[in-house]
Structures are given as structure tokens and as C-alpha cells.
Design a binder for this molecule. Sequence first.
Ligand code: PMP
Length: 426
Amino acid sequence: MPSSSEQLFARALQLIPGGVNSPVRAFRSVGGAPFFTKSAQGATLTTADGRELIDFVCTWGPAIHGHNHPRIKAAIADALERGTSFGTPNPYEVEMAELIVSFFPSIQKVRMCSSGTEATMSAIRLARGFTKRDKIIKFAGCYHGHSDSLLVAAGSGALTHGNPDSAGVPAAFARETVVLPYNDTAALDAAFAANPGQIACVILEPYIGNVGFIKPDPGYLQHVRKVTAAHGTVLIFDEVMTGFRLARGGVQELEKITPDLTALGKIIGGGLPVGAFGGRADIMDYLAPLGPVYQAGTLSGNPLAMAAGIAQLRLLDEVKPYPRLDAMGLQLVGAARAAALAKGLPLQTPQVGSMLSLFFTPTPVRDMATALTSDAKLFGRFFRACLDGGVYLPPSAYEAWFLSTAHEGPAIDRACEVITSAIKSL
Ligand code: PMP
């Protein structure tokens, strides 16, 4: 008798390409069929088959307070009473803009949209319109969503599934995207020298979360800021993952850097579809209706998404989660390192607060090339062993893990035991 998840997947395969609405969910790189989730609460997913799993994906980042938090649920229910979408400005949008600006000092003005993809795509169009230049620089392994100019040497599912350069992106578009290795200041300097006065923007995940988790070398981000400023190039930090997660004000707060524009998403929607981009007022005022750069959205600033996001952000200031999340992150990588040492397995464990990765490689990971030295087959076996033990990790060797405050206590302790015995079993 096939399980409920197996039955659902068989039905999905008939009608949805690959059975999923976002590729990484198909579990292709770790093997086996995906499970379906019927509900989620706190640190736990309940599958269609009735299994309870400790979840280190946290809906790919948004669930920093755990799943289905009562305060966020109540905020959505309250907004629902008033209607689901208005097509006019609404009061939540103003409150959300005020909150974002108070968390991110680099953001003077902000525009809401409905996904991280829209946020980065629109920020790039804005940078091009503002500078009247066409070329952009991105970094190998950084993923910024699935718009055309950004699916060049992309990370995340694009990398996991072997299409970092997607079919369907015109070569003429891809030629306007200069791809560089992350953490390589000489390559950045050379790209500016080779394209004088032509680079509209540099976009990066300041700490990468989409080829696994990677931190910058000391001084690297400061160098990127210095060079972009010197060339009149717009610096875009994609903090869709890291914003509100690694610190109140994202990586830019931790690194004391002021980007020109910032892309946000995930946490600001409290689990509902959302994105935002903002930054210098003189650049943002190039957007329609004030300026010549067009950008719009039927559901932008949607009242349910805004209400959920506002509740989530207000809760962040109340619960002060960052030291607690960091302690859990350290506990997790500490357990994994001890188990790997005992087993004689090489393991890299980059971690900041509630984001981390385990790379099965002796090589320190500092860019996409070194991330790819990790043993993806071994990761697949590790993933399966953890899943058998009731712990759900990102189903790819090239994705970051996420923690929530709801993992504190029994969930994190149990997860450390499962991870330890999974490593032992490899
Ligand atoms: N930027 C980053 C850094 C991301 O991690 C993602 C998605 N994981 C995106 C952009 C795209 O966001 P979305 O999936 O909401 O379009």
C-alpha cells in the first residue's frame, strides 16, 4: 500500500512538471521521493503520512519564530476580517515601510512586491535606469531568483539540478551579466578595468546561502563597497535570506556597510508571498510614478502578507532571538564536528547565527568552486539517515540550513543526537 505522500506524488507527477512547484522540492539530488507536508507547528513538520520531522528548512528562511506562530496567525486572521486585497493603498503598507526603514538604516525608501525574484529583478532594472548603463556583475553560486539576467552561474536549485545557466535565457541577456568568483578582490578589480563606465550594479548575497552557506573573507565586502562607490556603480545587497535573520539589520549591520539598494523577502512576509527592495531615496525616486523605471504588482503590499510580516518583525524586537539562535547554531555544528572527527570524516561547518552548512570536504569553502569539492553523494546518504531519524535537512548539499527560536530545547537536542548517529552511520 503506497503511503499518502507516495500517492500524492504519483498524482502530482501527472499534472505538475516533476511533481513540484519549485525544483529543489523534488529531492532529485538526495534520491528518493519527496514527502508531502500536511501541517507545520513550531520546529516540526507533520507529513501526509503522519510522521513528525524536526525541520531545518523553515520554509527556506521565513519561519524564524517557528511554524504557525500564534501571534502571526492572529495578525492574519485580523486582517482577513477586513478583506484579502484592495487594489488601493492600505494602512499596513505604510506601517511595513516604517518598520523596514527602522531596521535597515541604508533604506530611505522601499517598494513592496510579491517575491524575492521580483525584488532583485526590479532592483537591477532600477540600477540600470539610474546609471544609464547595461552591464551587471554577479557572483558564481549566488542565487537571486529566476529572472533572466540572474540565471547565469546561479546557485540553489539551479545548481543542484545542473542548470546554473538556464535554457531559455537569450545569449544577448547573459552577455550583459559578468560573473565573477566570490571572495576574489583581484577578479572584481579586473572586471571594472575591463568594462570602464559600463557596470550598472554589483549584486551579491553578502553572506551566500545558496551554494551552501559561505562567509566572506575579512575585508572583502568592504572592498566591494569601495570599488563600486569609486565607479558610480550601484551596490545591491540581496538580503532576501539574511535580512532580519542574521541580525535585525541583516549582514549590512554585522559588516557595517551601507549598500545603495537592498533586496528583501522571506521573513518580512511571515510565511506569505512577499518581497521588497529599497535604499537611497535619490535612486528609489527613479521608480514610476515619480521616475522613468517601471515596476508594478496587482498584489504588491497585500494586506494579509503585510499583516503577517508586521507581526513577525514586531516579534523579533520583543524576543531578541539572535544570541539564542547563535547558541543553537553553535550546538549543531559542534555536534556534527565532534561526530565527524570521531569518524575521521573531513567536514567544513560555516555558521553564523541561524544559518549554516555542512560540507563534506577537507577544503575550506570560500566560493562556488570550493563548495563543489564537497561530496554530494555522501551528503545524500547523510540526508537520508537524518530523515530516517526524524530530522529534515535541506534536500541538497548546496543549500543552507535554517533555525528558528522554536528549535530551542528538546528539538535541538534531539536533532544533535540524530545528526551524530547519522554521521556515525556513513
Ligand atoms: N534571493 C535570495 C538570496 C534567495 O535566497 C532567493 C530564494 N531562495 C531569492 C532571491 C528569490 O526569492 P523568491 O524565491 O521569493 O522569488
